[in-house]
Write a protein that binds this ligand. Sequence first.
Ligand code: SF4
Length: 321
Amino acid sequence: MLNRKLLQIRNLKKYFPVTAGLFSRHIGDIKAVDGVTFHIAEKEILGLVGESGCGKSTLGRTIPRLEEPTSGEILFRGTDVARLDKKGLRELRKEIQIIFQDPDASLDPRMTVGDSICEPLVIHNIGDDRERAERVDELLEQVGMESRQVALYPHEFSGGQKQRIGIARALAVNPKLIIADEPVSALDVSIQAQILNLMTDIQEKFGLAYLFVAHDLSVIKHMAHRVAVMYLGKIAELAGKKEIFGNPLHPYTEALLSAAPSLKSKVKDRILLRGDVPSPLNPPPGCCFHPRCHRVLPICSQKEPDLIEVSEGHFVACHLY
Ligand code: SF4
């Protein structure tokens, strides 16, 4: 089922220049995304996990060019996203939609829920007034809400309901790929499962692909088909969900899994991660994880490991392999 590539990312970089002084001299770059390669197949959910500050959200925003990439390739259905002009980009943003962590980010407090959901249809010139109104009713129903709520304003809804409205808005233009950036992390635990189940139902019903960004491994385990583990702007490990949870190879993946014993992963003993994620302005040399790694080797501070395929579909960037 999961074989046709919808999105291909090759050696993607997103650096934010840092300047100082009166003449704004360029003194370095924050390397938020630093040479990332992966693909998402049609109808696939790729989970993207890592601690906060590892570049997950920037990567998600760079794919539809909400952030301009510094270099690398983004191919969506074979089209080079970096080369799209304004019109092409508008078309692309119909195909790729984002669901944000904070549903308020996509809802204008001065607009009714109906107008918010309808806005993408207006922007993309889809349907007439009657067809749009029917579509809004249909979308509200698809996300478990009622059409009579169409005239209410965002502040009249709970966080979970607002996220449902955000999902309806994202679905309005029939996208092929949804980038879901921590879509449940701001919600109460009791609500999280409802939203995750809704997202799974919608993915299956409409044959969507998701790039599902989360820092919570249990959420990733619930949702993803494959998992990419990101550390300091790079992919540390990438594999099918069963492999990541049953046979983690990268010491960073091991440490993340050991911190979540309820997941019943292969890692039994708690591995304490020393210190915080280093600054992406000045990443450590060699393997950028080496100052925190519990299996560090002498070579690790000297040479950066490549991301290599150690078994079919299981990639890891570590000198141990
Ligand atoms: Fe640890 Fe070395 Fe592997 Fe990096 S390359 S994860 S420092 S063992």
